[in-house]
Design a protein around this ligand. Structure first.
Ligand code: CO8
Length: 259
């Protein structure tokens, strides 16, 4: 297994076409300082353009996926930090990442950490994971899309509860509310996320990217517009689609090339 370390990230390739990115600021519960976000964005940009990556698993450690924005950085940079170019571009790179992104969450996913979870396409959580939006406790509110994305996923009353009280919810509640797809024992979370990534990585990367793009249209467009755009996406013209059909007819495994 190939392993690369950056200052705040550990990047591995546990199986073909699958990349794992582990946030590695354990002492600060993986708080998202600007340097970490820039490294994360840079890594995802590399994954975006690599033919060797078809699915990415994003994780933290046992104590925290991430405890959110780095509160200790706030006095230094102040409110303008939220509009600061490199920071904004880093969030955009995660938002715009076109390949499937799976969050494997153990421990805390708070504030910006919970917002980062909502940028992922599938969320697997360990039983001990806790999700929350505690910004109200520092007289702030979500600065990276949490007031918009969290209610779209779990519904307005539940988002109001989380963001007005600052109280965390446990993994099973997060699953029941639709934020999490599957709850695992804590020591199996990353393994399970990788298994799901391996399934996704078997399929045509053109197809999985288009599925992500089409489902993401939900957030942006009214249904009649997104339905007509879906019809216009010409997936059936790809070589992979021909290969998928041929493999089905010939009763063999498909060999997708991403074309
Ligand atoms: N930023 C910086 N450092 C942090 C953060 C954080 N978000 N969270 C934890 N740490 C640090 C602690 O300061 C501590 O460092 P040290 O050992 O040097 O004292 C270390 O991580 C371990 O933390 P604790 O000792 O507190 O660990 P506990 O197990 O006792 O508690 C908690 C864990 C409950 C997660 C606790 O650390 C906590 O409440 N953290 C803060 C969580 C939080 O509020 N997150 C939201 C941040 S705000 C945000 O994400 C978006 C804001 C956008 C708007 C801003 C407008 C200005």
């Amino acid at each position: 297994m190939e392993k690369k370390s950056r200052k705040h990230l550990i990047i591995e390739t546990p199986s073909p076409y699958v990349m794992t990115i582990r946030l590695n600021r354990s002492k600060a519960l993986n708080a998202l300082n600007k340097a970490l976000l820039i490294e994360l964005a840079d890594t995802l940009r590399g994954a975006e353009s690599s033919n060797e990556v078809r699915c990415v698993v994003l994780t933290g450690d046992e104590r925290a996926f991430s405890a959110g924005a780095d509160i200790k950085e706030m006095p230094e940079y102040g409110i303008p930090m939220w509009g600061e170019k490199d920071r904004l571009l880093s969030w955009r790179a995660v938002e715009k990442f076109s390949k499937p992104l799976i969050a494997a969450v153990n421990g805390w996913a708070l504030g910006g950490g919970c917002e980062l979870v909502t940028l992922c396409d599938i969320v697997i959580a360990g039983k001990g994971a806790r999700f929350g939006s505690p910004e109200v406790k520092i007289a702030a509110f979500s600065g990276d899309g949490g007031t918009q994305r969290i209610p779209r996923i779990i519904g307005r009353p539940r988002a109001m509860y989380m963001q007005l009280t600052g109280e965390p919810i446990d993994a099973e509640t997060a699953r029941d509310w639709g934020l999490v797809v599957e709850v695992t024992p804590d020591d199996k979370t990353v393994k399970r996320a990788i298994e799901i990534a391996e399934i996704i990585a078997k399929w045509s990367p053109v197809a999985t990217r288009m599925i992500k793009e089409e489902i993401r249209m939900n957030d942006k467009m009214p249904l009649d517009e997104s339905l007509s755009l879906e019809r216009k996406l010409l997936l059936w013209q790809t070589e992979d689609h021909d290969e998928g059909i041929a493999a089905f007819v010939e009763k063999r495994e498909p060999k997708f090339k991403g074309r």
